[in-house]
Design a protein around this ligand. Structure first.
Ligand code: ATP
Ligand code: MG
Length: 334
């Protein structure tokens, strides 16, 4: 428009152009402006769309899990034998890639139907890998896992995962409200059930203090790490799973939260199996049995006092946790 005005004015001054024509030209540009703005806006939208389509295509090309056989209900035992362990590892070796070193070797482990099993070990020992195997995120290279005495191969992926609840080491919060976050595995859960689990993890006061209560939308920036893990635990406990898998966050939580989490675990352990990867002394002391891992192998199993007497690595791990716990208490005391 400035160019038309400038050149037009210059030509009009030299009598090469009528003033009326100049005005007409200016009006034409006014009319063109709308469509041109629209065109640029649409181009931007188109580019965003192409980028999104590219990402959708990326997701579509990811290899999918092979669908396992879905067993007929008649094949399943009605009531599993209470004496039989719920999960069994039989000589399991697994690696993350064909060339990667084995992350766990020859694991033989039984998880009883009730009680609290804690897994301890140095970083990189293969603790999270055990959980990945239980959840079938990773398939064993050798050996097999059994659920209720039947090999995993005879269960579908969904069937196995429906029996488990998993609280990750780095727990994500999905965009959406608190209610959405708690209900996404069980969309039919009622508000009473949601309130009950929030009370169990001591988040009910926090939720009540929010202006929209359960409908407050969360983004990961607004909740602390400890609150995030408690939301994840509440989600896991919404419907009682057979096995609760809890990968404790390494960061220390405050004493009240710790007591709340411990109480939740204790309640679950009375009715079903709880397996925790313990990074806190209180969890280790609370467990019914402890599995010590080192370099991808199970080094020792037993109760706290047995291991304290018989296993050197366990003694050192507990000592390190004790120092961490004392350091935390001193820091908290100011
Ligand atoms: N996604 C992965 N891809 C390749 N290698 C992996 C992967 N995850 C873990 N590993 C390797 O497997 C081994 C065991 O890791 P794992 O995550 O089981 O350790 P961890 O005992 O859970 O440790 P931490 O206490 O630090 O969480 C490590 O040597 C690690 O490098
Ligand atoms: Mg881990």
């Amino acid at each position: 428009m400035i160019a038309i005005l400038g050149i037009g004015a210059w030509r009009a001054q030299r009598d090469l152009l009528e003033i009326s024509s100049l005005i007409a030209f200016l009006l034409y540009t006014f009319q063109l402006m709308g469509p041109i703005t629209e065109l640029t806006q649409n181009t931007t939208a188109l580019q965003a769309g192409i980028a999104a389509a590219g990402r959708i295509r990326e997701v579509e090309t990811l290899p999918t899990e092979p669908a396992g056989p879905v067993s007929a209900p008649a094949e399943r035992p009605e009531v599993p034998d209470a004496e039989q362990p719920v999960l069994v590892f039989r000589g399991v070796t697994a690696r993350y890639g064909p060339d990667a070193p084995a992350a766990v070797h020859d694991i033989d482990l039984a998880i009883p139907r009730r009680g609290h099993t804690a897994i301890v070990g140095p970083s990189g020992a293969g603790k999270t890998t055990l959980f990945s195997l239980i959840l079938r995120f990773l398939e064993p290279e050798r050996g097999q896992l059994l659920l209720d005495g039947r090999p995993y191969a005879a269960h579908g992926h969904d069937e196995v995962r429906a029996r488990l609840a998993y609280v990750e080491q780095e727990t994500p919060v999905v965009p959406g409200t608190i209610r959405d976050n708690l209900r996404f595995t069980h969309p039919d859960a009622t508000d009473e059930e949601i309130r009950a689990v929030l009370r169990a993890v001591r988040l009910d006061d926090k939720v009540d203090s929010l202006p929209d209560g359960l409908d407050t939308s969360l983004s990961s920036t607004e909740v602390s790490g400890g609150q995030r893990q408690r939301i994840a635990l509440a989600r896991a406990m919404l419907r009682t799973p057979d096995v609760l898998l809890l990968d404790e966050a390494t960061a220390q939580v405050d004493g009240l939260t710790e007591a709340a989490l411990q109480e939740c675990v204790r309640q679950r352990a009375a009715a079903g199996a709880v397996v925790t990867i313990a990074h806190r002394l209180s969890t280790v002391l609370d467990a019914d049995r402890i599995v010590v891992m080192e370099h991808g192998r199970i080094r020792a199993q037993g109760t706290h006092s047995e291991l304290l007497a018989g296993d050197d690595l366990y003694r050192r791990l507990v000592e390190a946790l004790r120092i961490a716990a004392e350091g935390h208490a001193v820091a908290a005391g100011g």
